[in-house]
Design a protein around this ligand. Structure first.
Ligand SMILES: [Fe+2]
Ligand SMILES: [Fe+2]
Length: 183
C-alpha cells in the first residue's frame, strides 16, 4: 500500500493541533537543553526538569498521533521551535534556577490560556482534538504552578525573561495558526 504524501492542515482544528505539536517540540527542546545546564548550575532542579521533559515528549506524541491519523503534515515552525527552544533552554539553564522558573512560568501561562481557548472551540468541532488537548492540561498546569512557586516574586531580570518568552511563545502560536495562502 502506498502512503500518501502528508497534506497541509485544512481546518482550524487541524491547525490548532499542528501548532500544539510544534510547540511541544519547542518545550521538549527547552527542558532538554536546561537538563544539560542544571547538572552543574543548579543540580537540585535536575529531577524536576527531567520530569517535565518526559511530560513534553508524551504531549508531542499525542499530537503527532492525531496528525498522523489524518495524514496532516507537521507545522513549518516545528524545527524552528526545536532550535529556538534549545537556545532558550541553554541560556536560561546557564543563568540558573530563577531563570529556569521564569521561562517555564512564561511559556506555560501562555500555553494554558491558548489551550483554554482551543477547548472552547474544539468541544463543538472535533472531539478527538478536544480529548487530545484535555490529556495534557493537568501536566501544563502543574509545570506552571511549580514554576510560580519557585519564582517567588520577580526582579528586573526575571520579569524581562518573562516578557520576552511570553511574546516569543505568542508569536509562534500566531505564526502557526495563520491561514495558508494556497493548498
Ligand atoms: Fe506540553
Ligand atoms: Fe509543559
Amino acid at each position: 500500500m502506498t502512503k500518501h504524501k502528508p497534506r497541509p492542515a485544512k481546518t482550524t482544528n487541524e491547525r490548532m493541533i499542528k501548532v500544539n505539536h510544534a510547540g511541544e517540540n519547542g518545550a521538549v527542546a527547552i527542558y532538554r537543553a536546561q537538563s544539560w545546564m542544571v547538572r552543574w548550575r543548579a543540580p537540585e532542579l535536575l529531577l524536576g526538569v527531567l520530569e517535565n521533559l518526559t511530560h513534553e515528549k508524551q504531549h508531542r506524541d499525542i499530537f503527532k498521533a492525531y496528525l498522523a491519523k489524518r495524514n496532516v503534515r507537521r507545522c513549518v515552525s516545528y524545527h524552528i521551535c526545536g532550535v529556538g527552544g534549545t537556545v532558550l533552554g541553554l541560556i536560561t539553564g546557564i543563568c540558573g534556577g530563577k531563570a529556569i522558573a521564569a521561562t517555564t512560568y512564561a511559556v506555560e501561562s501562555v500555553v494554558l490560556q491558548h489551550l483554554e481557548t482551543q477547548l472552547a472551540y474544539l468541544q463543538n468541532h472535533d472531539r478527538e482534538a478536544y480529548d487530545a488537548v484535555c490529556l495534557i492540561i493537568a501536566d501544563e498546569q502543574s509545570h506552571h504552578d511549580q514554576a510560580l512557586l519557585a519564582l517567588k516574586g520577580t526582579n528586573f531580570w526575571t520579569s524581562g525573561i518573562i516578557k520576552i518568552v511570553r511574546l516569543s511563545t505568542e508569536l509562534v502560536i500566531r505564526f502557526g495558526m495563520r491561514q495558508p495562502l494556497k493548498h
